[in-house]
Design a protein around this ligand. Structure first.
Ligand code: URA
Length: 229
């Protein structure tokens, strides 16, 4: 009988410095030809567009209905997302979910993805510490984000943090100063800029944390209005 690997086993495997079994060779034809999110997700499993696939457990593709009006774009999968193969299911995902709930945005009706689809980390003892993707990795993975945008054709895209904004706008933007702004791209796509939910997680002082949560909730309420417009 087939068994599912336990989280412990996945963690052990994930800590190995390099994959023992290389990912299958990329199939550019499948990548180019994907005509649905399901096909794109399959093709992305073998992605070698940048070296991040070597140490990650798996490609974490976007999730949500192909008919979604809005796409939320994060930075890259974290430790838990890398193991689960799903975006925003770890601590930052829980903050994100609870604020979406408060803003009355149904996560099941939106599409959630990342600018970079493999977890980049530095091993430290038994832990894997998040490491920021560089411009080359963001650029390489932009191919997949463009594919998702092309297939879903959203009404609005929400950039959660600087990496997502850089990928969507093709340049670095001052996210704190521009948060709450809507930037229209040359192709007409509207990009709403805000912070990454992990920013809230990192605030230690309870009052400051609550104030930042409120600011993010206000942003999400604005997103809800823009989604329908
Ligand atoms: N942070 C992200 O940017 N994306 C995830 O999927 C999880 C954490």
């Amino acid at each position: 009988m087939a068994t599912t690997p336990s989280t412990m086993a996945l963690r052990r495997e994930a800590r190995r410095p390099a994959r023992r079994i290389p990912a299958p060779d990329p199939e550019p034809a499948a990548e180019e030809g994907a005509t649905s999110i399901g096909e794109a997700r399959e093709a992305a499993k073998g992605c070698h567009r940048c070296p991040l696939w070597r140490n990650a457990t798996q490609t974490v593709f976007g999730e949500g209905p192909e008919s979604a009006d809005v796409i939320f774009v994060g930075e890259q999968p974290g430790d838990q997302e890398d193991l689960a193969g799903k975006p925003f299911v770890g601590p930052a995902g829980r903050v994100f979910d609870s604020i979406l709930d408060d803003a009355e945005i149904d996560r099941r009706k939106v599409y959630v993805t990342n600018a970079v689809k493999h977890f980049k980390f530095e091993p430290r003892g038994k832990r894997r510490i998040h490491s920021k993707p560089n411009a080359g990795e963001i650029q390489a993975c932009r191919w997949w984000l463009d594919k998702e945008l092309d297939l879903i054709k959203p009404n609005l895209v929400v950039a959660l943090g600087a990496t997502a904004a850089q990928s969507l706008l093709g340049k670095a933007v001052p996210i704190i100063r521009m948060r709450g702004d809507v930037v229209e791209r040359e192709d007409g796509l509207r990009v709403f800029l805000t912070i990454h939910p992990s920013f809230i997680l990192r605030i230690r002082e309870p009052e400051d944390k609550e104030a930042e949560r409120e600011r993010f909730l206000k942003d999400m309420r604005k997103v809800k209005q823009l989604m329908a417009a």
